[in-house]
Design a protein around this ligand. Structure first.
Ligand code: GDP
Length: 325
């Protein structure tokens, strides 16, 4: 994208659902170059009236739990039903290393050649906040292009799940029956953000085990969630044999129904507000890193703190003063 971006042409390509335009627009919103950032803002302003129409679903779980196999099974079932399905990924490992947990293997071989689907690996530039911004905007591009469902895949490590939960309507957590102690294996935070839980790989003589794990989890969840609240259903499925995947989808639809139109609008509005502040924090962090004033004293402050000559609060004050100056 060396030439100036033709935003009007991109918008009309996206409206027509052209894959090349969708792809180019996502590349644009992933870019951190200032001229791209302003073109991306312009593009998104144009697209905004066309967005909001998709069912937004997060899919999470540890590497190997079967996320891509599950998404392929679910995605193909949805495209067979006439839906257009977008798949995005938020992969924190791509931020740190440029490599990725989610992107390196051949994934979703059938879904990736399905003309009704659009799969995009995780953006790798920058920070988790930057990836979240790019992914949220990519979701808008897909919605404007008429995608009915957007699945956002993320790995079950730390902050990335919270981040994805903050951009979707329904958060699906995949787990396994054979992870030893169920409750040890699952961080409490996940139980709090999951809307639907599926014990995956319930096949090849493991169905009984999976069902027992599901019952145990459902019991634990009743302790986490209060009366009247949505109690996340715990089901079993197998992405490999396509068994129970449609049931997981039905639970996603049930969750939407539980939210209702107003509840969903309220949830999305709250997410926008949260996201606004996340973007501000991310940008401030970037500015701190780029600040010449901070750069000028950074090494000295570092040495003094390491030598025990400067206490952390005083060091922080000096850095902030250097930033403000
Ligand atoms: P991801 O890392 O979470 O995306 O997991 P993958 O979808 O790549 O699957 C990891 C491994 O588990 C692969 O060898 C899959 O073939 C296998 N696998 C995935 N889903 C299932 C399933 O439902 N049942 C069984 N038995 N194996 C599965």
């Amino acid at each position: 994208m060396a030439r100036p971006v033709d935003v009007a042409a991109l918008v009309s390509g996206i409206r027509d659902g052209r894959r090349a335009s969708v792809s180019q627009a996502i590349t644009l919103v992933e870019s951190s170059r200032p001229e791209h950032r302003s073109a991306a803002r312009e593009l998104l302003a144009e697209l905004t009236p066309l967005t909001g129409g998709a069912v937004r679903v997060g899919v999470s779980g540890v590497p190997g739990v079967g996320k891509s196999t599950f998404i392929e099974s679910l995605g193909l079932s949805l495209t067979r039903a006439g839906k257009k399905v977008g798949v995005l990924a938020v992969d924190p490992s791509s931020v740190r290393t440029g490599g990725s947990v989610l992107g390196d293997k051949t994934r979703m071989a059938q879904l990736s050649i399905d003309p009704q689907s659009f799969i995009r690996p995780s953006p790798s530039a920058g920070t988790l906040g930057g990836v979240a911004r790019a992914t949220t905007q990519a979701m808008s591009v897909l919605e404007a292009a008429g995608y009915d469902v957007v699945l956002v895949e993320t790995v079950g490590v730390g902050q990335s799940e919270i981040t994805v939960a903050g951009m979707v309507d329904t958060f699906v957590f995949l787990t396994l029956a054979r992870t030893g102690d169920q409750l040890q294996g699952i961080k409490k935070g996940i139980l709090e953000i999951a809307d639907v839980i599926a014990v995956n790989k319930a096949d090849q003589d493991h169905e009984g085990e999976a069902r027992a794990a599901a019952r145990e989890l459902a019991g634990a969840l009743r302790l986490v969630h209060g009366k009247g609240e949505w109690a996340p259903p715990v089901v079993t499925c197998s992405g490999l044999t396509d068994v129970g995947v449609d049931d997981v989808w039905q639970r996603v639809l049930d969750h939407r129904q539980h939210l209702g139109e107003d509840g969903l609008a309220h949830k999305r509005a709250g997410q926008q507000l949260e996201f606004t502040w996340a973007l501000v924090r991310d940008e401030l962090d970037q500015r701190l890193k780029r600040s010449p004033g901070v750069a000028a004293i950074r090494d000295e402050v570092r040495a003094q703190v390491l030598a025990g000559e400067l206490a952390a609060p005083a060091a922080a004050d000096r850095i902030l003063a250097a930033y403000d100056g």
